[in-house]
Design a protein around this ligand. Structure first.
Ligand SMILES: O=C(O)c1ccccc1NCC(=O)[C@H](O)[C@H](O)COP(=O)(O)O
Length: 270
């Protein structure tokens, strides 16, 4: 059977987790997580921002499997500070090395540079990675339904809840959305990118948004570029967005963030 990109990522992640556990045992990682200081309210901050405007999760993203290197002069602290000044509600920081040139230390640096809540953006399979995320300071984790079984998703969510962290659960099709509905997570990410083919279309949010159970917050993720994109998807009930590449390619990240969030359509989408 052909190996997909997600299969390849899972294979190296499982090796990585085994090596990390050998270096820092779970009990030690949990002790570090307990010492990490207070959790910042990720979901509540996004909800507040989306009341009158848009809730932006701005992503600190150096490179990606689909685009290669995105930003050569990559300074996570400076980017985080620019996002915060530009009006982002929360940050997402890639911690995966092999595919995204990310690193745990980028999360630590970005969070220290501002007071925004931070998502650990990575491929999680094991509750050890949730303790790691908290130990590094993360306030929220990502669960990608395309990458995990239902049992794993519940274990990861339970672990996040035990650390007081929020969860962003990510889906790309109807079957994943139906599985995600069994989780507690209020934040329902609709990824416009197919993580195996990289095909990216905002039609994914347009199509899936109507099936999102009441009471969940839709986070439209990937491929968002203009204020018109945000206004369009707001009419489908998405007022919260996760944006990486568009902002990471700007010379003036702060101004670009501000421009993207200016003039939100009103909550009724009119
Ligand atoms: O970005 C990729 O190429 C990618 C490939 C395979 C798995 C995941 C991938 N990206 C993760 C993301 O979900 C995005 O970084 C995030 O939604 C922001 O997307 P964008 O605004 O298009 O950078």
């Amino acid at each position: 059977m052909t190996q997909t990109i997600l299969d390849r990522i899972k294979a190296y992640k499982l090796d990585e987790i085994a090596a990390e556990k050998a270096e820092v045992p779970l009990s030690e990682m949990e002790a570090r997580a307990r010492d990490a200081g207070p959790v910042r309210p990720f979901a509540a901050t996004l909800h507040r921002a989306a009341q009158d405007g848009y809730g932006l999760i701005a992503e600190v993203k150096k490179a990606s499997p689909s685009k290669g290197l995105i930003r050569a002069d990559f300074d996570p602290a400076a980017i985080a500070a620019a996002y915060a000044s530009g009006g982002a509600a929360c940050l997402s920081v890639l911690t995966d090395g092999p595919s995204f040139q990310g690193a745990p230390d980028y999360l630590v640096q970005a969070r220290a540079a501002c007071d925004l809540p931070v998502l650990r953006k990575d491929f999680l399979y094991d509750t050890y990675q949730v303790a790691q995320a908290r130990a590094w300071g993360a306030d929220c984790i990502l669960i990608i339904m395309a990458s995990v079984s239902d049992a794993q998703a519940h274990e990861l969510e339970d672990a996040a809840e035990s650390w007081g962290m929020d969860v962003l659960v990510e889906v790309h099709d109807r079957a994943e959305l139906d599985r995600a509905a069994d989780l507690d997570a209020q934040l329902l990410g609709i990824n416009n990118r197919d993580l195996n083919t990289f095909e990216t279309t905002l039609d994914t949010t347009r199509a899936l948004s109507k099936h999102v159970p009441a009471g969940r917050t839709i986070v439209s993720e990937s491929g968002l570029a203009t204020p018109e994109d945000l206004a369009d998807l707001a009419r489908y009930g998405a007022r919260t967005f996760l944006i990486g590449e568009t902002l990471m390619r700007q010379d003036d990240v702060e101004q670009a963030t501000r421009d993207l969030l200016a003039n939100p359509v009103n909550p009724a989408g009119l």
